[in-house]
Design a protein around this ligand. Structure first.
Ligand SMILES: Cc1cc2nc3c(=O)[nH]c(=O)nc-3n(C[C@H](O)[C@H](O)[C@H](O)COP(=O)(O)OP(=O)(O)OC[C@H]3O[C@@H](n4cnc5c(N)ncnc54)[C@H](O)[C@@H]3O)c2cc1C
Length: 297
């Protein structure tokens, strides 16, 4: 399809858009089309008008995606300012999917509601965090979720109750072509601990255990049942291992970093080499936590 064959939208629709600078890893190809809807009506209208065969890929802040150099076919959808609202009523937070997790943590702290401190440790948006069932420090997003709203690729709106998202460790059954647009979270009033202290502890722990100011997607692999991925990687002798511009972090060896000139393929190859070494050494199969998208060159 050509750009001028798409329906007229209020938001921004562009063709052949480079994504690499905006991704946390700083690598990756182009979106064939990138749509940033002006608001919900614009998004629904657009999806209802386009042919159902076009592939839809929603993206948040791209803190957990490895986009291959050949780019993403079809339409990438990124939510902008209209989806960045956050309100609270009766201890329930209503949050737009483009709001950063850290902002939700700060907002709930300001309203003296507990249970959302862990969101301070997750760099992505609420949409990405729900899709991934992101979590840290013993909590994950499904624990605080009441329900969320999504738009399917045919433009129909669907609500998912907490139990409908099929959440498990870093995984949900929300379809890949469903764009999460809003969510409701339950805050806990009158907690018997200091929320600001807990948030501060999370920030400190992050600083001490993770590389800061580098290009990375955080944990590359999920923790296999009964194991810590970083320990297996350490055991296999992969700390600091390099492939061209990609390197296993010296500080946290489940993090792969782009040292400056890595390509998506360098990162993927290094990840596969690490997984193979871990398997050869321990017999444990590592599964990628980072979502790999798009085509290889
Ligand atoms: C330094 C660092 C530390 C991290 N630590 C943690 C951690 O402790 N725990 C943890 O769980 N994760 C962690 N992450 C990974 C990442 O921040 C989370 O997975 C985050 O939830 C991804 O959100 P995002 O907006 O960046 O999503 P993206 O990376 O843009 O996308 C991730 C997935 O979600 C989908 N998606 C994005 N937005 C939407 C939407 N609106 N609707 C539907 N699907 C959508 C995408 O299609 C993709 O499949 C870390 C990352 C970094 C860089």
């Amino acid at each position: 399809m050509k750009l001028n064959e798409f329906p007229q939208v209020k938001g921004i629709l562009r063709e052949n858009v480079s994504l690499s600078e905006k991704t946390f890893l700083g690598v990756g190809g182009r979106a064939e089309f990138l749509f940033e809807p002006a608001d919900m009506d614009d998004l629904v209208f657009f999806l209802k008008e386009i042919p159902e065969t076009i592939k839809i890929t929603p993206l948040g802040s791209m803190s957990n995606v490895l986009i291959r150099s050949g780019g993403i076919d079809g339409i990438v959808i990124m939510l902008g300012d209209w989806f960045k609202n956050i309100f609270v009523e009766d201890n329930i937070l209503e949050v737009g999917a483009a709001v950063l997790c850290s902002k939700v943590s700060t907002f709930s702290m300001d309203h003296e509601l507990g249970g959302m401190e862990f969101l301070m440790g997750i760099p992505g948006t609420i949409g990405g965090a729900i899709k991934m069932n992101a979590g840290c420090f013993g909590s994950e997003i499904v624990n605080i979720l009441v329900e969320c709203e999504g738009i399917l690729s045919d433009g129909n709106v669907k609500w998912f109750k907490k139990d409908d998202i099929g959440a498990s460790y870093r995984c949900t059954n929300i379809p890949d072509n469903c764009i999460i647009t809003r969510a409701w979270f339950k805050g806990i009033p009158n907690v018997n601990y200091s929320i600001p202290k807990k948030v501060k502890e999370i920030i400190e722990q992050r600083k001490s255990s993770q590389p800061i100011g580098v290009r990375t997607c955080g944990s590359t692999f999920k923790n296999p049942d009964g194991f810590k991925a970083w320990q297996l990687i350490e055991q296999a002798g992969c700390r600091g291992m390099k492939f061209r511009g990609a390197q296993v972090s010296e500080k946290h060896c489940n993090f792969i970093i782009n040292t400056g000139n890595a390509t998506a393929e360098d990162i993927e190859i290094l990840g596969e080499q690490v997984a193979k070494k871990v398997f050869d050494k321990t017999g444990v199969k590592l599964e990628w936590e980072v979502i790999k998208l798009g085509n290889s060159n």
